[in-house]
Write a protein that binds this ligand. Sequence first.
Ligand code: TYD
Ligand code: MG
Length: 456
Amino acid sequence: MAKSRSQFVCQNCGATSPRWSGKCDSCGEWNTLVEENAGTGIGAAPMARTLRKGTPVALVSLSGELEEAPRIATGIAELDRVTGGGFVRGSALLVGGDPGIGKSTLLMQASAALARLGHSVVYVSGEEAVAQIRLRARRLGAVEANVGLAAETSVENILATLEAGSTPSLVILDSIQTLWTELADSAPGTVTQVRASAQAMIRYAKKSGATIVLVGHVTKEGQIAGPRVVEHMVDAVLYFEGEGGHHFRILRTVKNRFGPTDEIGVFEMSDKGLREVANPSELFLSERNESAPGAVVFAGMEGTRPVLVEIQALVAPSALGTPRRAVVGWDNARLSMVLAVLEARCGVRFGQHDVYLNVAGGYRISEPAADMAVAAALVSSLVGKPLPADAVWFGEASLSGAVRPVAHAPARLKEAEKLGFAKVFMPRIADGAKSGLSVTEFSDLTEMVARIAGTN
Ligand code: TYD
Ligand code: MG
């Protein structure tokens, strides 16, 4: 009998190593190596067989017949936008997110919506009992929906169930970490099990034409394998995000072989499940305090969608030797850069002041286009003069203090106009922006500072 070899597999990145060490050489995470049997997972070399000679495959040209991927739309517009127009048949999706963020809720609502449209849906939960899922379905008003439910974790049993009946349109597996297959003999939740189970389910999707949705918990560290190893196996990866204490949730595409990767879907968690938010700007601007110094509305973009959001700055005299800088919803390094540019190029001194920056509503901005809006908020708070309440701001700052143009200016202006804003402060652009707003253009931050500090 062949002696079974063991190897150590990093539960974070999936790298293997012949001996244990405290830190993974590949990804640098600590305490992630777990002993697993080698040569038993899917993809392991067949031991007892001799190698077969390959057969040539036909090569085709790049130009040729094109087929639109057949899709099933859920009718939940925010979800369909993110997937690129609905679930593609025979594809596999991974929906990741922190525990408790609402993944099961979203997928239960999607299942119910599809079932109501006449599609057959199977929802397999490895985390909750049938009674619990029914309770959630009742809360979501989805009881009448024709969804096949099972609480099961064995991949073999799930596949046998799916193959016994007619092929469903959509299969939800909640969650991938709870699945286990007899093809791999390590413990459930380990990378080998997660990878082997996902592979078996993806193979089923390709063969049958059903869409598979895998739910994956994202854990910072810990025993359960992160869904990272599954990301390159699936056709699309969606992340469901939200801030603790806030009700809105953002569904973001990270990878999509069949559609755009920069779209977001916005939802609000209510007591009856997730509600679509068709106009996120209204949500983020709903609690605005218009007359306070340091508040500014930034005209941002998420993919192809404009999002208006309020940025608040508080600049207060500091009692500390090293003043505090605290940021929520924006990049810390970016704030330091804007502060340094204001100090060095515009002569605005923040050295004796604490600086706090907050993006309202728990939203997170990742665009450099927010630089000028942030600078305006900081200066406004420092000099104690409120900015015009009916204005939006956008523009990127360079280290020289110049304000640089950013992409999608027309879309930003259109959204601001739609929401009733009258003014825009933006970078100078060559061909001039066409809009009904009163436009003030800046070519550097010094002009902007003079304007805020000078006039009221
Ligand atoms: P859930 O979908 O179970 O999260 P996940 O599957 O990502 O772990 O959602 C959990 C949270 O959502 C829970 O804290 C309760 C809340 N919730 C609502 O606020 N309203 C609802 O209608 C439902 C079903 C859940
Ligand atoms: Mg869940």
